[in-house]
Design a protein around this ligand. Structure first.
Ligand SMILES: Cc1ncc(COP(=O)(O)O)c(C=O)c1O
Length: 340
């Protein structure tokens, strides 16, 4: 199937804004820096999953679904946006959550995305176990719902399958238009890479729409470089299962990941990310989060400062959302302030 023929259900107002970060640029001393504000969207505070869900919900509606099931961490941004889309289409939602950082479980249950899920009427199941245990619980509920005569549809974790990732192909085309209108031709775009769909979709979209040069730099939020590269390769092949594109549209050299900035593990804060969050807040009035965008921004800043970016011209940061979770990390910032 051609990319243009895949069904999509609009869930937000597009394009999202794109503009220069002049203050941050002055602090870092160049190159010119820009931000793509995918954190501002219509689904309950927005974020990168909204674009993916436009394709996934089109599929769910086509299948005649009336109930959505999905899984993630207690503070999952993906889950919150999925629950918001479900509410908008009158679907029931069942969410299956675990705690990636056991010692922060109480904080995670204190507000942020979890609070928003509850407000939007999600039926939640909290599992003390790993992702396999969560997936098993979800499967069991899916079967139970079928027995009750419901039409459940499972949205994969992060909506990072071939279908969901098409949302970032569209984002690539949207940004290329914005760059043309501004007369810029960025050399690099940075983002946080988790389940890989945003990275794979963006890279595919840029090459598909004819931008063969820009480097997509994924800052891993959870695993070493080689593992994360494989995650992106897997999603790239899932995209090729959904739409007709040449096998070599994205080359192996195109897949750029840094595993240097995620710290101890997924969702564990790092000092560099906390500093980046404060810097962006103070200098640009932009809120990042400790799990994804703070780590991605810390990586971008470090690479700019250490001049490890070759031929950097205009550098773009893709803000993928996540700010609702910051409220459950208040201790990282308030305690520090109070001690000063
Ligand atoms: C705020 C934020 N940024 C980045 C990502 C990573 O996106 P992906 O899972 O498509 O790699 C996520 C995914 O959960 C997210 O919530």
């Amino acid at each position: 199937m051609k990319f243009e023929d895949v069904a999509r259900l609009p869930l937000t107002t597009l394009p999202t804004s794109f503009y220069a970060m002049a203050n941050l640029r002055a602090t870092l001393g160049g190159p010119d820096l820009y931000i793509k504000r995918d954190d501002v969207m219509d689904l309950a505070h927005g974020g990168n999953k909204t674009r993916k869900l436009e394709y996934v919900f089109a599929d769910a509606v086509n299948m005649g679904a009336d109930t959505i099931l999905t899984m993630g961490g207690i503070q999952s941004n993906h889950v919150r946006q999925t629950v918001s889309a479900a509410a908008r289409f009158g679907f029931e939602s069942h969410i299956f959550l675990n705690s990636p950082v056991p010692e922060r479980k109480a904080a995670m249950l204190s507000g942020g995305n979890y609070l928003l899920d509850k407000i939007m009427g999600a039926h939640e199941v909290i599992i003390d176990g790993d992702d396999d245990a969560v997936a098993a619980a979800m499967k069991q509920t899916e079967q139970e719902l079928i027995r009750q005569g419901k039409k459940p549809y499972v949205v994969p974790m992060g909506a990072s399958n071939g279908l969901g990732s098409l949302g970032y192909m569209l984002a690539a085309r949207e940004m290329m238009t914005q760059w043309d209108n501004m007369g810029i031709s960025p050399s690099h775009i940075f983002l946080g890479t988790g389940s890989g769909g945003t990275h794979a979709g963006l890279l595919t979209g840029l090459r598909y729409f004819g931008n063969m040069d820009i480097k997509v730099v994924g800052i891993s939020v959870s695993q070493p470089e080689e593992i994360k590269k494989q995650t992106v390769r897997d999603v790239l092949s899932q995209i090729r299962d959904v739409i007709d594109i040449p096998d070599n549209l994205v080359s192996e050299e195109d897949i750029i990941i840094s595993g240097d900035y995620y710290g101890k593990a997924y969702a564990y804060p790092t000092d560099a990310a906390n500093d980046a969050i404060k810097l962006l807040g103070e200098q640009e009035g932009i809120i990042l989060d400790p799990v994804y965008t703070g780590k991605a921004m810390a990586g971008m800043i470090d690479m700019i400062k250490n001049k490890s970016l070759e031929n950097a011209r205009d550098v773009v940061f893709l803000h993928t959302g996540g700010a609702p979770a910051i409220h459950t990390f208040a201790d990282l910032f308030l305690d520090k302030e109070n001690k000063e």
